[in-house]
Design a protein around this ligand. Structure first.
Ligand code: DGT
Ligand code: CA
Ligand code: ZN
Length: 594
């Protein structure tokens, strides 16, 4: 550990001390001074500590010397870990708002108890921050501006934002005859829910010279919608795109392409056990290729495709979505990787809204859009009456909608099927918004939370478990209510929820809206191991919204799902039977239980 590292730990302690309810200015200053003293210290810190030569350094008292020694000898400072653990996460987040310091943060925290930056933003809009003693309208406005800045410049982007930008550039580059192969790499190729930047790799023929590379790079850096060029070379160029997202383009010769693409696809975590495996087999792998080591020299193993790299390591091809070091290498070695679900497996839509609640399109318009996209059914799920803000349906509205569905289904003569579903609110106590008598009339029942986000984790979990226990519940929608980069989900014990759903045979959807992607893929994976069924639901409120299924498939694949794990890969008849059997089984079980 060097001086700069220890100094930054001391600085962190100082800022965390400032965020404490009973913060002591003198203690805080001592850490700040010590950090400064360390930064201007001459000589190697480790040696100075070993030789006990820190004593007498201006700005470093006895206690602080002990902290520095602890950092150097132990690699951590206990009090720092303690402070990190005891500081509310939202206070740390607020530290990132430009122009807001610890004093203001503490005051806002004590007065308003915000759970997130989004809460604080709302409080500003509701004029609550201005009313805190010492704040006022001007300060409130500055905080709002700071939050806007933070959101604009947060260091990650939603998958869909990055994907759209990347696609635009990819399509443009694809027109260049000099380019042989072209792929997006990085977290975007792995279909992470958020990404830091766009990594793209292209190849030119092995005989290509500087001119070709130069032309590609000049074409790339002169694309419309580029805010700034942060680097331009013959092998790598970097730009910042209009959305603020950074993008790197790498150009390699075509024989180099598979290795470069593989390297920059990552993840770093996936590469670690892969390198170990290569080593154990007498090989070495880096971004230049896979090499056989014999007599101390390295011999390149030719790989024409990424799959050749895995094959040379005696592995099944590992799809990019799985490259997260969660057991994919062992599974590939044993040829036990699942056949991942694809768009072409999808037979119908489950979870869509119409003008009956807050959707913008009529049932008929949604049907036509589904047919256009090659689906054979639409599982309609408008909101229930408690969701008044979203035009929730009364019991009468439901019956009126059923009549329309029956009429439309008759007109469609089996060419396409509309299923009668509902997105039924889970009330505060975990009961459902409609009586069982009415629920029995639906083909399937989606349940979800849209209110009382702030229950304790225990209450929230109990609420969800009670909803799962209702024998009419078919699917849980957006189980945590999170909004990516916007709002953390409701706090509940998701492992318990996934367990219970799998045990009871209730599905949990992957809400495919790119701001949700909820159930999280890490939990999808856990659920799959327990036999959980996971439909992909676009939660479409428009016809375009149906296309969000694409984002859900990425997450399903990251969760290792095959078509058989995803109920809406079933044909309409099979799916209706699936829901019927699910309900009959659960009704029987609940009558046994009572
Ligand atoms: P992110 O944070 O969303 O951009 O995630 P990635 O995975 O796209 O990370 P990024 O852009 O920093 O790098 C892309 C890939 O390149 C990464 O997954 C693995 C590879 N890579 C980049 N830097 C290193 C490194 O220092 N060591 C290793 N082993 N791999 C690296
Ligand atoms: Ca990246
Ligand atoms: Zn909803």
């Amino acid at each position: 550990m060097d001086k700069a590292q220890v100094a930054s730990m001391l600085e962190e302690i100082a800022s965390l001390l400032a965020l404490k309810a009973d913060s002591n200015v003198f203690e805080q200053r001592a850490y700040e001074n010590a950090a400064r003293a360390l930064n201007s210290l001459d000589g190697d810190l480790t040696q100075l500590v070993e030789q006990k030569k820190l004593k007498g350094t201006p700005g470093l008292g006895a206690t602080l010397i002990k902290r520095v020694e602890e950092a150097v000898q132990e690699g951590h400072i206990a009090i720092l870990n303690e402070l990190r653990a005891n500081t509310p996460a939202v206070k740390l987040e607020m530290m990132r708002i430009p122009g807001v310091g610890p004093k203001k943060i503490n005051a806002m925290y004590d007065e308003l108890h915000p759970k997130s930056i989004a809460d604080l933003e709302q409080a500003c809009k509701d004029d609550k921050v201005a009313k805190i003693p010492g704040f006022g309208k001007k300060t409130q406005e500055k905080i709002l501006q700071g939050i806007a800045f933070l959101q604009q410049h947060a260091d990650r982007f939603r998958f869909d934002v990055a994907f759209t930008e990347a696609e635009r550039i990819r399509a443009a580059l694809a027109t260049l005859p000099e380019i042989v192969r072209l792929e997006v790499a990085g977290s975007l190729r792995r279909r992470r829910e958020t990404v830091k930047d766009i990594d793209m790799v292209v190849s030119v023929s092995d005989g290509a010279g500087q001119d070709e590379r130069e032309k590609i790079m000049t074409f790339f850096t002169s694309q419309p919608g580029i805010l700034s060029i942060t680097g331009k070379g013959l092998t790598k160029s970097s730009v910042v795109l209009a959305s603020g997202i950074a993008m790197d383009l790498r150009v390699v010769s075509d024989s180099q392409f598979p290795s470069t693409l593989h390297h920059f696809t990552g993840s770093r975590e996936h590469h670690i056990p892969l390198r170990r495996r290569a080593q154990n087999m007498g090989m070495t792998i880096n971004d230049y290729g896979l090499f056989k080591i014999s007599d101390g020299s390295e011999e390149l193993i030719p790989c024409h495709e990424e799959s050749d790299i895995y094959a040379a390591l005696n592995l099944e091809y590992i799809a990019p979505e799985l490259r997260e070091d969660t057991g994919e290498i062992e599974a590939a070695a044993q040829h036990k990787l699942p056949k991942l679900v694809e768009q072409s497996d999808m037979r119908g839509i489950l979870h869509a809204h119409s003008t009956y609640s807050d959707g913008q399109r009529t049932i008929r318009e949604m049907v036509d859009a589904c047919i256009e996209r090659g689906y054979s059914y639409l599982g309609l799920s408008d909101h229930s009456k408690a969701a008044a803000y979203a035009g929730g349906l009364s019991e009468d509205d439901v019956r009126r909608q059923w009549e329309e569905i029956d009429r439309l289904n008759a007109e469609l003569k089996g060419r396409f099927r509309i299923l009668k579903g509902i997105e039924c609110d889970i009330l505060k106590d975990g009961t459902l918004d409609f009586e069982n008598d009415l629920l029995a009339g639906f083909d399937f029942v989606i349940v979800s939370i849209h209110s009382n986000f702030n229950l304790t984790p225990e209450e929230q979990t109990r609420r969800m478990l009670r909803a799962i226990a209702n024998p009419y519940t078919s699917i849980i929608a957006h189980p945590t209510g999170r909004l990516l980069l916007g709002r953390a989900g409701y706090t509940l014990d998701m492992e318990a929820v996934v367990d219970a759903a799998a045990r009871e045979g209730v599905c949990i959807e992957i809400n495919a809206h790119p701001s949700r992607l909820d159930l999280d893929w890490r939990l999808v994976r856990k659920g799959r191991e327990k036999g959980l069924k996971v439909p992909i639901g676009p939660d479409a409120h428009t016809t375009e919204g149906l296309d969000d299924v694409f984002y859900g498939i990425g997450i399903a694949r990251k969760g290792w799902l095959s078509a058989e794990d995803v109920p809406n890969t079933l044909e309409a008849d099979e799916l209706l039977r699936f829901f019927q059997e699910q309900r009959e089984r659960r009704l029987k079980q609940s009558s046994v239980a009572h």
